[in-house]
Design a protein around this ligand. Structure first.
Ligand SMILES: Cc1cc2nc3c(=O)[nH]c(=O)nc-3n(C[C@H](O)[C@H](O)[C@H](O)COP(=O)(O)O)c2cc1C
Ligand code: SF4
Ligand code: SF4
Length: 259
């Protein structure tokens, strides 16, 4: 079973590549979170994987909460004991210590020991920091990401043990120094350009945390469960939803694996 969370499809593409190689089932934590489902049926002894995007050199809050609330259901009623447990993160620039943070959460809340940690560089989707690269660069980055995902899939299939996340001192410093581990994300910065918004409700429909409510045909962001996946920006067909002012005019991005 591979539990994944994906904002714009990069992590989904990697989880899918691994599942195709290993024959493991995929479980969408974003969909389950939105529906308030935290039970996952598993086969004793099967491989267990967690796939997530790096956010602020940490894990997305949705993943943190999911790991805390997750309840494994086994056919024999005994506590779940996977034969092999791995994590895989996708990132845009460089990784930090987020896989170690997730390993700590898995141990603390589920008593699970992680056997291997992997990372795959993909297209950066943090639109309030960077614009989406040109189509050519996106294609090249996805080609490389696809090859890395294949390599990781081979290692998972062979149940390799170890930390395969390339250590990056700056990433490690940012993971600790910026203090985002396990912290809520604010929704104050989200806004909509009323003259561009057609009130289609796509942003609200794709939000995994039910953070968006349509009021008089316009989205409103509320509450403290936003996981900052930026789906509400990237899925908007009219580039109307924004994070502050800087995202106006920046190109939206969705991984082609989403179909
Ligand atoms: C809010 C936010 C924060 C991010 N922080 C980082 C980061 O700290 N380091 C990094 O390399 N990439 C960062 N990224 C880029 C994503 O990790 C990367 O694009 C990832 O592949 C997205 O996966 P997804 O399509 O499954 O959501 C960030 C993206 C978002 C939306
Ligand atoms: S997806 Fe875009 S156009 Fe549709 S309601 Fe949301 S902001 Fe408006
Ligand atoms: S409000 Fe936007 S960024 Fe926050 S969880 Fe929902 S879709 Fe993701």
């Amino acid at each position: 079973m591979i539990l994944y969370f994906s904002g714009t499809g990069n992590t989904f593409a990697v989880a899918k590549a691994i599942a195709e190689k290993t024959g493991d089932e995929l479980f969408d934590m974003g969909k389950a979170y939105r529906e308030g489902r935290f039970e996952v049926s598993v086969d004793q002894g099967a491989t267990l994987g967690f796939a997530f995007p790096t956010h602020r050199w940490s894990t997305p809050p949705l993943v943190d909460e999911f790991v805390q609330r997750l309840k494994f259901v086994t056919s024999d009623g005994e506590p779940y004991a996977p034969a092999y447990c791995f994590t895989v993160e996708t990132y845009g620039h460089f990784p930090g210590t987020e896989s170690k943070f997730l390993a700590k959460l898995l141990w603390k809340y589920q008593g699970l020991k992680v056997d291997a940690a992997f990372a795959v560089q993909s297209v950066g989707n943090c639109l309030y920091l960077f614009n989406t690269p040109s189509d050519d660069i996106v294609m090249r980055k996805l080609e490389v990401a696809g090859k890395t995902a294949e390599r990781v899939a081979g290692l998972v299939a062979a149940r390799h043990v170890g930390d395969y996340v390339a250590a990056n001192p700056l990433g490690a410093a940012l993971s600790v120094g910026t203090g985002h581990e396990g912290k809520k994300r604010s929704v104050k910065v989200y806004n909509v350009l009323a003259d561009k918004c057609v009130g289609c409700g796509t942003c609200a429909a794709v939000c995994p945390t039910n953070t968006i409510r349509m009021v008089d045909g316009l989205p409103m962001w509320e509450g403290d469960h936003c996981t900052e996946c930026l789906r509400c920006l990237h899925y908007c067909p009219h580039n109307a939803s924004q994070h502050g002012k800087v995202t106006e005019g920046r190109r939206r991005y969705l991984n082609p694996a989403l179909g």
